[in-house]
Design a protein around this ligand. Structure first.
Ligand code: ZN
Length: 601
């Protein structure tokens, strides 16, 4: 376990607001900052951060809270030690017994070794680009200006087997680290060789702007046996399904506009940023995953996909429609002129066309329906029947009857019975959708699971934390007094009631820790205690207390709370004794205490 004072030091030097703001857009609300909880889906903000206390708390569905370490742990899915180490690095605190001890993995510091070797490689590739007229010419032809090259740290790997290997050896960096990062491989003879050769290099940075991986594009198209695009393998520092290219530069713009544009290639991202579209990111040669969507959902409510109409990426996005819906992210699809992608449009100086396309992006369902109509023949009745066979599942995937209507109107002219009139065709489609849905009930479709649209909101409303009973309220108020910072109130509670008198397990544990802390340090320091508590439930209770903005405390109410708890203890004790007496099992001692304590009742 880390040294207590080091943990305190790290916490003191870390601004919780700036850490949280890397993931959540915060607005001031009273003495706290408010935003959308990154740990559950919600439309109105119930996530709060208090910078003075250094704590956060979700007052919505997940009802969780804690200090900055717990936040980093949860959001980055790290162990306590890993989160601590990350914050220590950022705060410039050196952990005394070396950082190795904080790792659970057998290979300590793998990530740090990868960051280091990647940073060296990035600079090396950038230098190589300056020395390669061919690579520079290529970038120039692609319209990537010098400023964008610098901004995206673009580089070049010469067509040599040992360029990086030699450079790293000169820097005294072990080749094994570069192998760990996926940049070099071991040859049969035991030496190492460069994996990236003759490629433009696009370093991939995480949101903390650390190089976690690389993308490489062949400069010469025809290289036998060499794929055009190359991506780093996954490493302890690089999880492909969670990483978006360009997010480190796009995050702010995405949060400001509430919208992210996702494209398919590195050059699309660079070209877009260069043209002033700074909310553009790319997936890394993978389909859009649930993790990507979650990352973006923390920043934006709307995502625009700019994928090739026939691309696997777009097909995967269609299949992922449920993920977007679950994250309450609206997905639209960019309908670019045939044969164009963002890069080609922007290179041709058609900035306005791209801008309009983003503004006119259509909802995913509409895009799919328009694509079907565009791509499938509809001359004969058989064509039309085939078209509707494909369109029905798309229509049925729209859970809201009202939202489905416009799509029915788009499709009506292609219905086999359109000759009987638009209204008749629309009715037929509605019937067909119903028939489709009942025919697919029980299968693994989205349709039968989705509640009717009217119920949707109620269904999603965050559950309120359980209402406290009178005892719960009394305990809450007493704990609140203990952490209030008002010595008169906290010492009254301390002097009036023992931790054992608290009924809830969490409340008793918190009281116990606070009392111990007071004995040891002469003060009740709740912010310190938040970080000391290992139990998530107790952390949640304590952060809720600290952020409670209810009525101010007063001595009279506290006396009542103490009285309530003491009464309850007495009642339980009396009942126990009465039971023992009634069953004839009471000792003489118990008989005496019963009459002494409760004789009158
Ligand atoms: Zn939450």
């Amino acid at each position: 376990m880390a040294d207590r004072s080091e943990i305190d030091d790290i916490r003191a030097r870390t601004d919780i607001v700036s850490v949280v703001e890397q993931y959540v857009t915060l607005k001031r609300a009273g003495r706290n900052l408010k935003g959308l909880c990154p740990f559950h889906n919600e439309k109105s903000p119930s996530f709060q951060v208090n910078s003075d206390l250094g704590i956060w708390k979700c007052f919505g569905q997940c009802n969780e809270g804690g200090d900055v370490i717990k936040f980093v742990q949860k959001i980055e899915n790290l162990s306590f030690q890993e989160a601590l180490e990350r914050l220590a690095l950022a705060a410039g605190v050196t952990l005394s017994r070396g950082q190795n001890q904080y790792h659970h993995s057998a290979e300590p510091n793998e990530r740090d070794r990868i960051y280091k070797v990647n940073a060296l490689a990035t600079r090396y590739y950038q230098d190589m680009l300056k020395r390669s007229p061919v690579a520079q010419e290529y970038l120039q032809k692609r319209g990537i200006a010098h400023a964008a090259q610098e901004a995206f740290l673009i580089g070049f790997a010469p067509d040599a087997w040992d360029g990086l290997v030699t450079h790293l050896a000169q820097q005294r960096v072990p080749s094994a680290d570069a192998e760990l990062a996926g940049l070099v491989s071991k040859s049969d003879r035991g030496g190492y060789f460069d994996k990236l050769r003759g490629r433009l290099i696009f370093p991939i940075l995480d949101v903390q702007e650390r190089p976690v991986a690389f993308g490489g594009r062949l400069i010469e198209e025809a290289k036998p046996g060499q794929p055009k695009y190359w991506n780093s393998p996954e490493t302890p520092a690089f999880v492909k399904s969670r990483t978006l290219y360009g997010l480190w530069r796009a995050r702010k713009a995405i949060a400001e506009r509430g919208q992210a544009v996702i494209v398919e290639g590195y050059t699309d991202v660079v070209a877009a940023h260069q043209a002033g579209f700074e909310n553009v990111v790319a997936t890394l040669g993978t389909s859009l995953t649930e993790e990507h969507v979650k990352v973006l959902a923390r920043l934006a409510q709307s995502v625009v996909l700019s994928f090739d109409a026939d691309s696997a990426g777009l097909q995967a996005a269609f299949r992922a429609a449920k993920i977007f819906e679950a994250q309450e992210v609206e997905v639209k699809v960019l309908d670019l002129p045939v044969g164009e992608d963002p890069d080609s449009l922007l290179r041709a100086g058609r900035r306005q066309t791209f801008l309009e396309a983003v503004e006119k992006a259509v909802p995913m369902v509409e895009y799919r329906i328009r694509q079907l109509v565009r791509q499938m023949p509809h001359d004969t009745d058989n064509d039309r029947i085939a078209l509707f066979r494909k369109a029905l599942p798309v229509l049925a995937s729209v859970t809201s009857v009202i939202e489905r209507e416009p799509y029915i109107r788009i499709l009506a002219p292609y219905h086999p019975q359109y000759s009987y009139g638009a209204a008749y065709a629309e009715d037929q489609i509605r019937e067909d959708v119903k028939a489709y849905q009942s025919g697919h009930a029980g299968s693994d479709g989205a349709v039968q699971h989705a509640p009717p649209s009217g119920e949707m909101d109620a269904h999603r409303r965050p559950t309120e934390p359980a209402k406290l009973d009178a005892t719960g309220v009394a305990e809450h108020e007493l704990l609140r007094a203990l952490v209030s910072g008002d010595p008169e109130l906290s010492l009254y509670v301390y002097g009036s009631i023992r931790p054992e008198a608290f009924f809830s397990v969490d409340a008793r544990a918190i009281a116990d820790r606070l009392y111990t802390q007071y004995v040891r340090t002469g003060a009740f320091n709740a912010a310190v205690l938040v970080s000391e508590l290992e139990d998530a439930g107790q952390q949640n209770v304590l952060t809720a207390l600290l952020m409670d903005e209810k009525a101010p405390l007063n001595l009279k109410a506290l006396e009542d709370s103490v009285g309530h708890l003491k009464n309850k203890v007495d009642n339980i004790e009396r009942e126990k004794l009465r039971e023992r007496i009634d069953s004839g099992n009471a000792t003489r001692e118990e008989m005496r205490s019963f009459t002494l304590l409760f004789g009158k009742k």
